[in-house]
Write a protein that binds this ligand. Structure first.
Ligand code: PLP
Ligand code: ZN
Length: 396
């Protein structure tokens, strides 16, 4: 199919320069649209299985992202009193988060557009992912991280894959503003989720879920930060139905942390505009974002899907992280556990019907944030190397 860019707000076609991510007429976000015949069949596994619905026309920069497991969760079904609950574990991507789906496409587009340098601001996972794909593609990479608020695993990845890692004295929102300005010069290609091509990669997770279930779920639950992923999933489900591969679309349930919940507030008050949260705070650092750039797309996804937004506390997030790990064996980072915390809250409020098929997205892997885990779980018990001491320790 033939890709093109269109303004998300005024719907006019846009012929954008490589470093341009907004409509020249109205300033709206951009969207990728496709014309032509849909393929009858798909080939291969993962993101590139759907290359006909992606904007790239050169060989991809890929490490086999996507094709992540969709786990059935019987013990959570029992607890929640729901018939069918699944987890789509996006922590099983090459760098351990769903960002890889976006970056394999985004970095391929950077090459296609002739860019030599790439950049992003990041709460951590975006930088880990961009560093890897830039390395694979042979591109220079700069990442801006908010000082002191990025999980250790993510920084380690960015450093090892060879990005220039800058720690910015300011939060994520400030870092994003800075890097967007840096990229306006045209020397660096911006790979935050304001880049519409990145979302094209991320939408493939929705396709995978539909193919595996043979239909779309009734509800999709996921954590929301900059709101790129909820927008990408909705676009994926919408397209899959529009092209006739499935007959239904899910309701979207977005979850934010109470200390960083601007879209929850907008949704609850029926507003179309988001009022930024000046000082976002949560243990779930991946969604510690006060001014989500993709809010217009997320709000439309919520309207079109009859969706909901819910806020959860850090305590509920950490409890859900522990339960995913101990009840279902699914190890996720705190932001990802917001999915379960949010679903629990909605079940308690009797907003979910027993017969619904639910898919929760867990966005990042447990190993991303070891420091939070050690704070929560404590450290191993020290024991002398003899049987007496071992038995005493086990009986205690
Ligand atoms: C990036 C990220 C999110 C938030 O996704 P958005 O597209 O910014 O809403 C959630 N969880 C994890 C683990 C992430 O890395
Ligand atoms: Zn426009």
């Amino acid at each position: 199919m033939k890709p093109g860019l269109r303004c998300f707000d005024c719907h006019r076609p846009v012929h954008a320069a490589a470093n341009q991510h907004h409509c020249p007429r109205c300033g709206g976000l951009l969207d990728v649209i496709y014309t032509g015949l849909r393929p009858r069949r798909f080939h291969g596994r993962g993101v590139w299985r759907y290359k006909a619905m992606l904007p790239c026309r050169i060989p991809p920069v890929t490490l086999q992202e996507g094709a992540t497991p969709l786990y059935r969760c019987p013990r959570l079904e029992e607890e929640l009193g729901l018939r069918e609950v699944y987890v789509k574990h996006e922590g099983m991507n090459p760098t351990g988060s769903f960002k890889d789906r976006g970056m394999t496409v985004g970095v391929t587009m950077a090459l296609q557009l002739g860019m030599k340098r790439v950049a992003c601001a990041s709460t951590g996972n975006t930088s880990a992912s961009l560093s890897l794909y830039a390395a694979k593609a042979g591109l220079d990479c700069v990442v801006l991280l908010p000082q002191g608020k990025v999980a250790l695993g993510k920084i380690s990845q960015a450093m090892m894959h060879g990005a220039r890692v800058l720690s910015i004295k300011g939060n994520f929102d400030a870092s994003l503003k800075l890097v967007a300005q840096l990229c306006e010069s045209g020397e660096f290609y911006l790979l935050n989720s304001v880049n519409a091509y990145r979302l094209e990669g991320q939408k493939t997770a929705a396709y995978e879920i539909c193919e595996e279930l043979g239909r779309a779920p009734d509800r999709l639950v996921l954590p929301v930060g900059n709101a790129g992923n909820i927008s990408a999933y909705w676009k994926g489900f919408d397209e899959f139905q529009w092209w006739g591969y499935v007959k239904n679309r899910p309701r979207m349930l977005g979850v934010q942390a109470q200390g960083a919940a601007p879209i929850v507030h907008a949704h609850q008050t029926g507003k179309r505009e988001v009022t930024p949260v000046r000082k976002p705070e949560t243990v779930a650092t991946a969604i510690r974002i006060g001014n989500p750039v993709n809010a217009p797309k997320a709000i439309r996804a919520l309207q079109q899907s009859k969706g909901d937004m819910v806020a959860v506390t850090d305590k509920e997030i950490l409890q859900a992280q522990r339960d995913l790990a101990r009840l279902e064996g699914i190890g996720v980072e705190p932001a990802s556990a917001a999915s379960l915390a949010g679903l629990r809250k909605m079940v308690k409020q009797k907003e979910i019907a027993r017969g619904e098929t639910i898919v929760m997205v867990t966005t990042g892997h447990l190993l991303k944030d070891p420091e939070t885990i050690l704070q929560e779980c404590g450290r191993p018990t020290e024991v002398e190397g003899n049987m007496g001491a071992l038995k005493r320790a086990l009986l205690a």
